[in-house]
Write a protein that binds this ligand. Structure first.
Ligand SMILES: [Fe+2]
Length: 204
């Protein structure tokens, strides 16, 4: 008896997310971020256009510990999904924040030399800029036929997500991503970070 054609899917690309509803935490973080910008108005220039980005050392600042503790607790799910032993649980390698005014966007980029990357939205105004994840397997475009269909994930080249205040996204550091322009009048406030399993970590 001839069977039906079966499709199996392998090598999936995970994007983990979690909604954290803690208004008091976000208000504290807002204050801490604007204070940090006052301290270091130039910041650093990376994938951000127009926005201000802090140095990547928030893991050393007590005012950011509460959110980074939530990140670490959330990363336990990733550790289990990736079959990483408990003694090698993730550490925050680097963490930084961004204040992104109207018009600010981030070009497509990856985060080299780390394992998991993520972003937490301290404030995500309406139309404040979606985050887009781009298929890392550019080879599949070589044989592309037809157009992307919202009902057929195999045709997608990118996935766009609309962040809300309090949303945490975590994803493999090699996954290309970008942020669309902020079309709102309010700043988009984000805290970004890189995670590394502690056995691969060096303080040196
Ligand atoms: Fe990024």
């Amino acid at each position: 008896m001839t069977g039906e054609v079966k499709r199996e899917e392998f090598f999936a690309t995970p994007i983990w997310s979690r909604q954290i509803n803690d208004q008091a935490l976000n208000e504290e973080l807002e204050r801490a971020m604007y204070a940090l910008r006052d301290e270091d108005p130039l910041g650093v220039a990376k994938s951000n256009n127009m926005g201000w980005q802090s140095r990547d050392e928030l893991q050393n600042r007590p005012e950011f510990k509460p959110i980074l503790d939530v990140v670490l607790e959330s990363s336990e799910t990733i550790r289990e999904d990736m079959n990483i032993p408990v003694e090698n649980r993730f550490r925050i390698a680097t963490a930084w924040c961004g204040i992104n005014p109207t018009g600010a966007f981030n070009m497509t980029h990856t985060h080299p030399n780390t394992t998991i990357s993520g972003v937490y939205y301290v404030r995500a105004p309406k139309n404040g800029g979606n985050i887009q994840f781009v298929d890392a397997r550019s080879a599949h475009l070589m044989t592309k036929q037809g157009f992307a269909d919202p009902d057929k994930p195999l045709t997608w080249e990118a996935v766009t997500m609309t962040p809300e205040t309090g949303k945490l996204f975590m994803f493999p550091a090699w996954l290309p991503h970008n942020v669309k322009p902020n079309l709102a009048r309010q700043d988009r406030l984000v805290i970004s970070f890189n995670l590394i399993p502690s056995n691969l970590w060096s303080d040196a």
